[in-house]
Design a binder for this molecule. Structure first.
Ligand code: AMP
Ligand code: MG
Length: 422
């Protein structure tokens, strides 16, 4: 092999992976390991235990990528066909390696069992290929160099595959040896409060100028409820230069997006808000209705959040809003539980009861039922109290189903706190 490996494809083999109960997770691990070596996963396929179809997919992958990693189908049973399919495509015969058979036999003998004859299939290796030891199972892996490319066959069980692939990617390992000097660098930029298309509108004129040239930067925009992420990636053999260039690019995008950017270091919104609270020695409490504790769950998912979270109340019914938060029952009769008056009373109630510096209340219609013409599903009122600011109560209208509405409510509440703490 001469040219370094820069692109890869994964083929996950197993009919069970095409059903509705099992997912290919090996490719996630493989992608991460290869990425560290500057080898980019360009595509992946899931194929059932079908020799002809697997051959087709492997043939295509080999035309496109420098490295193809196949996982699964190395077992001893008739439905494990990866070795045979690879032999078909590469025109390589299989023959039994007696040393491998002896190793498998020993594995069984250590457990006081005779080796079933079918396990001899796992000792079949392609002509000129290298067998890869599997410390956690009976099926060894196989490494084949062919036409300037590498084909790697690994067993399906993650606990067997992971150490084997890690060894190939570690210093001196066969994949690491064939990787180039270039590495992949990525920086992140997280925003909230803007739609995916609005983010695109603001940043596309900038990032589109980075696509060409000798060192292109590729841009990925990812939307989740209440959050739009931008990922910038470039390939380089110069560590300092790559970091400096990406940092400059990220700063350009951040300037265009303004205060909608909440993190440029991968932190989540609860982490960002939590860090500000800790820095300012402020405590936090929440009174939640329609989010059922989601806001406090997200806040307390962050390790160390006991530094600033005091707690809160989930007051779903009107009775508990009255009992635990001191909301006036006549206020609820007049304005309803989803109202700015109720949100204001809830936030003041939680503040009086906890003494926390920063308090939030959330009350809304998460749906699918409970909406009305005046307060349709997705109507959410959020109250925020931050020292040095007047009480802030705002009504929002969130799109989507129940889960989306709840998530966006918690995200909006956090973002309002972030902005007020500014
Ligand atoms: P095999 O090597 O085909 O005998 O696979 C054995 C077991 O490994 C399967 O039953 C799965 O539980 C697991 N497995 C196979 N392929 C994958 C994959 N791509 N991701 C996660 N687990 C897998
Ligand atoms: Mg299988």
């Amino acid at each position: 092999m001469t040219a370094p490996l820069t692109t890869a494809e994964v083929i996950a083999v197993g009919s069970e992976l095409l059903g509705s109960t099992r997912l290919d997770t090996n490719s996630l691990f493989i992608s991460d390991q290869l990425r560290r070596l500057g080898i980019e996963l360009k595509g992946k396929s899931v194929v059932g235990d079908d020799r002809v179809r697997l051959g087709d997919v492997l043939g295509d992958a080999l035309r496109r990528a420098d490295l193809v990693v196949l996982t699964g189908g190395l077992g001893p049973t008739d439905d494990d066909l990866t070795r045979e399919a690879v032999g078909d495509v590469l025109g390589l015969e299989l023959s039994e390696d007696p040393a491998i058979t002896a190793g498998i036999r020993q594995r069984f003998e250590r457990r006081g069992l005779p080796m079933p004859e079918v396990n001899r299939r796992q000792a079949m290796v392609h002509r000129g290929a290298r067998s890869l030891p599997n410390p956690h199972g009976s099926a060894p892996g196989i490494l084949i160099a062919t036409g300037g490319k590498l084909v790697v066959l690994l067993p399906g069980p993650p606990r067997e595959l992971q150490p084997m692939l890690a060894a190939l990617c570690a210093e001196g390992g066969a994949i690491a040896e064939h990787a180039g000097r270039e590495r992949l660098y990525t920086v992140l930029l997280f925003t909230t409060g803007l739609s995916e298309s609005r983010v695109e509108e603001l940043v596309q004129p900038i990032y589109s100028t980075w696509r060409d040239g000798t060192e292109p930067i590729s841009t990925t925009i990812l939307a989740t409820p209440g959050q739009v992420e931008i990922h910038l990636t470039m390939r380089s053999s110069d560590d300092a230069h790559a970091k400096e260039r990406l940092e400059r690019s990220r700063a350009q995008l951040a300037a265009a997006l303004g205060d909608c950017v909440f993190a440029t270091d991968g932190r989540s919104l609860p982490q960002v808000v939590g860090d500000v609270l800790r820095e300012r020695h402020l405590t936090f409490a929440a009174a939640e209705s329609c989010t059922g504790g989601l806001l406090l769950q997200r806040m307390t998912d962050v390790a160390g959040s006991s530094d600033y979270v005091t707690g809160g109340v989930i007051a779903y019914s009107n009775e508990l809003k009255i009992q635990l938060l001191g909301v006036d029952s006549s206020l609820l009769d007049t304005h309803g539980a989803v109202s700015e008056a109720a949100a204001a009373a809830m936030v003041d109630g939680i503040r009086e009861r906890t003494g926390a510096d920063v308090c939030v209340s959330i009350t809304g219609v998460a749906g699918p039922g409970g909406g009305s013409e005046a307060k349709p599903v997705g109507t959410v009122v959020i109250g925020v109290r931050v020292p040095g600011h007047p009480l802030s109560v705002q009504t929002h209208r969130f799109p989507g189903g129940r889960e989306m509405v709840r998530l966006q409510s918690s995200q909006m509440a956090l973002d309002r706190v972030r902005r007020m703490l500014g």
